[in-house]
Write a protein that binds this ligand. Structure first.
Ligand SMILES: [Zn+2]
Length: 464
């Protein structure tokens, strides 16, 4: 286990921490006396004992993605709640306080970057195995598809340093008089900034992934979107430092010029196992749920979706079933699309954006005729389709109907060990693309395999 893996404290430091905690506890007592109603300001991470445990007795929480001391009760506040000091300094980049209103808007005519990743690995000790070969370590889904909390924070710093500014994908295209989506040739954007779409696939917290290193679900904590995870030993971790949503929210608070008109990221969800950690999917035989259970989950997720939308997040369809589209029959595609329409759209609202699972889409057999499975999706109103590709690409594709197809560069384990060079320049040019992203430097050793060993193992696995 890598609990508190970033704590490098010796005994001296421990003594210092104890002294500091004593001072803090003393201060809290004073504050509590001044006003019993005043609550100590919320920190970024909260550990809660389940009611079955003795109030006030706190089990050390597994490490979150950053240096967190979770074994130091500060305040029980009459509740079985123990708050711990604010987790990490999220960014070494000095926050600029440039209010977006002070940025001069000019006509932007360049291309719009689009990158994506998945839910973050918040608890690496649960995601990354130690007792297997190097090749097996890098073949692990959480290694290939995911990044950790510290890696995500470093990526954000780098993107900010490179002048990127988040934009809502819906802002960069429009539907023309013929119902065809067109990338805007020019749009208003702050001078000197580069528009960036950041999307996040599979924000579902699938049942099968519970206890494997990701959070369990999104929740509201004092009206803000935070996270909830219950570990096997009963420990519950709630906070704002385990998933991309609260981390990016905080980053934008500190760097308002990282977000154009409040835009955050694009949340891509499937439907077969509910959304955002809530089992909102239709009840089926043998799944052990009742319709009342389902309705409770639906009611529980609604305010979270609303809070996300209110704070600049927006949604895209990532299909209902997360299958490989190239292998779908037309009937299967229709079943998939209609279930998403019936079960998920009522929760997230309408979207024209569709993100192909696995980046898999069906090619036209003759370069002209739209494949039947694609026609099904088009009939549900999707106009902007996103796939996966390390090189920048976005085009109208009349061979797929009246749509735009865009590739998104993956920011994940594969990029860390395999695509380092592709990210350095815009294809076919010398224009730096993400000059501040340094995968070797950002690599998190919590992946349990050294960077060079991971690169070698990945090459061996791919036979290159
Ligand atoms: Zn996916």
């Amino acid at each position: 286990m890598a609990a508190n893996r970033n704590m490098k404290s010796g005994n001296g430091l421990k003594v210092m921490i104890v002294v500091m905690l004593a001072i803090i506890v003393g201060l809290i007592v004073i504050i509590a006396k001044v006003s019993s109603d005043n609550k100590v300001e919320r920190n970024n991470n909260t550990v809660i004992n389940e009611p079955s445990q003795e109030p006030g007795v706190v089990t050390a929480a597994p490490a979150t993605g950053d240096a967190v001391s979770t074994d130091a009760p500060l305040n029980t506040d009459g509740q079985p709640v123990t708050e711990v000091p604010a987790t990490s300094a999220p960014t070494p980049v000095p926050p600029t306080a440039v209010p977006p209103s002070e940025l001069k808007l000019v006509d932007y005519t360049g291309h719009v970057e689009h990158i994506f990743t998945h839910s973050l690995v918040a608890f690496p000790e649960l995601a990354y195995p130690t007792d297997c070969s190097d090749v097996d370590k890098v073949k692990n889904t959480y290694f290939i598809d995911c990044i950790t909390v510290p890696e995500f924070k470093k990526i954000l710093d780098a993107l900010y340093k490179d002048g990127y500014m988040l934009v809502n994908l819906n802002y960069v295209f429009e539907i023309d008089g013929n119902g065809v989506p067109q990338l805007k040739k020019s749009f208003k954007f702050p001078e000197g900034k580069k528009p960036l779409v950041f999307s996040f696939d599979d924000t579902n917290y699938y049942s099968a992934k519970m206890g494997r290193g990701m959070i369990d679900k999104l929740i509201l904590i004092d009206g803000k979107v935070g996270t909830y995870t219950k570990h096997k030993d009963g420990t519950v971790v709630q906070g704002f430092d385990e998933e991309y949503i609260p981390i990016l929210d905080r980053f934008v608070e500190e760097h308002p010029d990282f977000s154009f008109e409040g835009a955050k990221g694009m949340i891509c969800v499937t439907g077969f196992d509910g959304i955002l950690g809530y089992r909102t999917q239709r009840v089926s035989d043998g799944d052990g749920r009742t319709e009342a259970d389902r309705q409770r989950e639906i009611e529980a997720v609604k305010p979270i979706v609303q809070a996300l939308k209110d704070t600049g997040w927006y949604f895209a369809s990532h299909s209902y079933k997360h299958g490989v589209m190239e292998r779908y029959s037309e009937a299967n595609m229709e079943d998939c699309a209609s279930k998403f329409y019936d079960e998920v759209i009522p929760l997230i609202g309408k979207t024209q954006i569709y993100v192909y699972p696995y980046g898999s889409w069906k090619r036209s057999s003759d370069g002209k005729t739209c494949p039947a499975v694609q026609r099904v999706l088009n009939s549900y109103g999707y106009k902007y389709f996103c796939s996966v590709g390390a090189n920048w690409y976005a085009k109208n594709r009349s061979d797929l109907g009246s749509i735009i197809l865009q590739d998104r560069a993956n920011i994940d384990g594969t990029a860390f060990v395999w695509f380092q060079d592709i990210f350095s320049v815009v294809e076919g040019t010398n224009t730096p693309r993400f000059p501040s992203i340094n995968f070797r430097e950002f690599y998190d050793d919590a992946r349990n395999i050294a960077y060079d060993d991971a690169v070698a193992a990945y090459k061996e696995w791919k036979g290159k």
